[in-house]
Design a protein around this ligand. Structure first.
Ligand SMILES: [Zn+2]
Length: 424
């Protein structure tokens, strides 16, 4: 008979249209309270303010009631109803802990603050959300700052990487970057990530700029028809499904033959698979790869779900057997070097500034050797505790991606279709 509060919030019209309106949330939450024989002690409703703002009146009122000991459990439909900002969330969590109040997102049952697995997942996801919010903000700032400085040079009529010479369009010195942007989009199929990538190589365009670029027919003869058409196909699919496809395993899956990354690809609408880019982009590769195999995303997922616990157990056991590295020799060498350094200074062979700087470097290294880093395997252990069959299917593509990334460093795929998994 838990004393339960329900918290309701809608932040955009889109959410309201998608069956996520206040009445829909209220019905679902009340039903949940009833089904579990909880006591409903309060309903709190905030309307339409950004999730990062902390001054939400009803939310504050609810937290006051928590502090008065009136509430043991807060129910929301989804996590983003509570907080988008990690810092604010952690502030709230401290208060909730202090007053023994749990919370649960009923449409996302893996977010359950009363279990250790739930806690681990919540922390992972909140970290991810915060990271994304920061990235987006930073990306927008970078683009604006650049445009201010350069006076909008990039939105001219001639596309980036091409120039007009004798009335003909030809590649210029930036063309390699333009091509890399096409390749990146083909590999990841994700516009947002491609914008990040473009900025990282100095092409300061926002998402509409990159989209225009990728759809601009004038690039076709320059980047090659294959690449151009692949990109168009990916585009039309993404638009059709109104989602920028997330590949769960890009960056993690690696070709066992050539060591290159496998690229994500989509076949017949939904089927996502991976293949060695150095094989399939033979024309561009310096040394083409012989791995012509493709592996489906579902296949990798199934393999991991079936084997991950067994593999993790083995991995953690191995890690336990590993002896801590003996650093004493290296430390002795460094101490000797410091002695010599002092001699150099005393004999006027180096000046005080040089002496101080080098001494500091040696001291830093010695300190780091004396306190070896403790590896944190809590994510691995949490996975061992989880009911994966229940937990995993409820995740979004992004969350699945984050989930595997929290424990796996690399998955290799060989010519004879062998998968090998390496953990962090
Ligand atoms: Zn390969």
């Amino acid at each position: 008979m838990k004393r339960t509060a329900i918290y309701l919030r809608v932040s955009t019209d889109k959410q309201a249209q998608e069956g996520d309106s206040i009445p829909a949330q209220r019905d679902a939450l009340r039903k949940y309270v009833k089904e579990h024989n909880y006591i409903l002690v309060g309903e709190y409703l905030d309307d339409g303010i950004s999730g990062t703002k902390e001054d939400r009146a009803e939310f504050q009122r609810m937290m006051e009631d928590v502090k008065r000991g009136l509430i043991e459990l807060i129910l929301v439909t989804k996590l983003d109803r509570i907080h988008r900002s990690l810092r604010n969330f952690l502030n709230m969590q401290d208060t909730l802990d202090k007053y023994n109040c749990d919370w649960l997102a009923i449409w996302e049952p893996m977010y359950d603050s009363s279990t250790p697995q739930g806690r681990m997942i919540i922390n992972t996801m909140m970290n991810l959300a915060q990271f994304e919010a920061e990235q987006t903000g930073q990306r927008i700032r970078q683009v604006f700052q650049y445009k201010r400085e350069k006076g909008e040079v990039l939105s001219g009529k001639v596309p980036c990487g091409l120039k007009i010479e004798n009335k003909h369009l030809v590649a210029d010195e930036n063309f390699e970057n333009a091509k890399k942007i096409f390749e990146h989009y083909r590999e990841h199929g994700n516009l947002r990530k491609t914008v990040d990538y473009a900025i990282s190589i100095g092409v300061m365009l926002g998402s509409s700029g990159i989209k225009k670029m990728l759809k601009n027919e004038r690039y076709r003869p320059f980047v090659g028809a294959d690449l151009f058409d692949d990109v168009q196909m990916l585009f039309s699919k993404n638009i059709k499904y109104n989602t920028y496809r997330t590949y769960i395993f890009t960056g993690l899956v690696v070709c066992a033959e050539c060591g290159g990354k496998l690229g994500g690809h989509t076949r017949s609408h939904e089927l996502q698979y991976y293949r060695c880019l150095r094989h399939f982009n033979k024309g561009n590769a310096i040394s083409p790869c012989g791995n012509s195999g493709t592996i489906g995303e579902r296949v990798i997922e199934r393999y991991l779900l079936e084997h991950v616990k067994e593999m993790l157990t083995e991995y953690l056991f191995q890690k336990q057997q590993d002896k801590p590295k003996d650093n004493s020799k290296r430390i002795a060498t460094l101490q000797k070097k410091m002695g010599k350094l002092k001699d150099l200074y005393l004999n006027d062979l180096i000046n005080l500034e040089e002496y101080k700087k080098d001494k500091q470097n040696y001291e830093k290294e010695i300190a780091s050797l004396q306190t070896p880093v403790q590896r944190d395997f809590s994510a691995h252990e949490a996975v061992l505790q989880m009911n994966l069959e229940e937990f995993y299917p409820a995740l979004t593509q992004e969350q699945k991606r984050a989930f595997w990334r929290s424990i796996i460093s690399k998955i290799t795929f060989s010519k004879d279709r062998k998968i090998e998994v390496f953990f962090l």
